[in-house]
Design a protein around this ligand. Structure first.
Ligand SMILES: [Zn+2]
Length: 235
């Protein structure tokens, strides 16, 4: 069952109608959705389907399952339902996700090391990278560079490239675009113009100023040059 993922083309959609394709216990599969499912370090959305709480959104064997609160009256297959996002949460996740790209871009530009992993919750995130030596004042410098990049107000553009084109793109190579399976014909590219370009399925704000102010909360040494940086985003 293929669900059209509306957030891939428009992350600012807050409501939509959808047709129920399948009902599995307390979860529904829809023909299209605005709900982001947990993936790529970004947690799932919350919100309402026909006024009932969506408690989790998860991809299981290729199907996007929207779990409704226990005791919800489940809609019938074929019914049209109305979906509404918890926009405050989603927008915070979009700001946080975008801040992580800015962080990636800054760390790459300044120290030429790639980010190896990360995770986020609304307005807090961590990112991992490898750096054998951490220079004096590193956290302060990262914070300064990130906030300068945000203030520069880089636009963020989403495009879809044929896989053949994406795998030879210099900027995408460093983010390991070649690891995306051959079966994927089209690759979604998120470009913070002039700063960071990645193959990415997440939701982002439209330009960097919308992120807000980023604070580096903590630097951790996880051993053998493995560093973890924790950030928070100030309202
Ligand atoms: Zn992203």
């Amino acid at each position: 069952m293929t669900t059209e993922l509306l957030f891939l083309r428009d992350a600012y959609l807050q409501e939509c109608d959808a047709v129920v394709q399948e009902v599995r216990e307390n979860a529904v599969i829809l023909d299209q959705t605005i709900f982001y499912y947990t993936s790529g370090g970004q947690p799932h959305d919350l919100g309402l389907i026909n006024g009932q709480l969506v408690t989790e959104v998860r991809k299981v064997d290729g199907d996007v399952l929207h779990f409704l609160v226990e005791g919800a009256s489940m809609p019938a297959v074929g019914a049209t339902v109305h979906c509404v996002l918890d926009w405050e949460r989603r927008h915070r996740l979009m700001r946080t996700h975008t801040a992580m790209h800015v962080l990636c871009g800054v760390i790459w530009n300044e120290w030429k090391v790639p980010v190896t992993g990360g995770n986020m919750e609304p307005l807090v995130a961590r990112m991992d990278f490898e750096l054998p030596e951490v220079p004096e004042g590193f956290a302060e410098k990262v914070e300064k560079l990130v906030n300068e990049a945000i203030a520069h107000n880089h636009p963020i553009e989403v495009s879809f490239l044929p896989r053949d084109t994406a795998v030879v793109d210099e900027d995408l190579i460093r983010t390991k675009v070649s690891l995306i399976p051959d079966s994927v014909p089209e690759i979604r590219v998120v470009d913070i113009v002039g700063l960071d370009k990645q193959a990415d399925g997440g939701t982002h704000v439209a330009s960097t100023q919308e992120v807000g102010v980023v604070r580096v909360v903590k630097m951790e040494n996880k051993g053998k040059g493995f560093r973890r940086i924790r950030v928070s985003i100030v309202e």
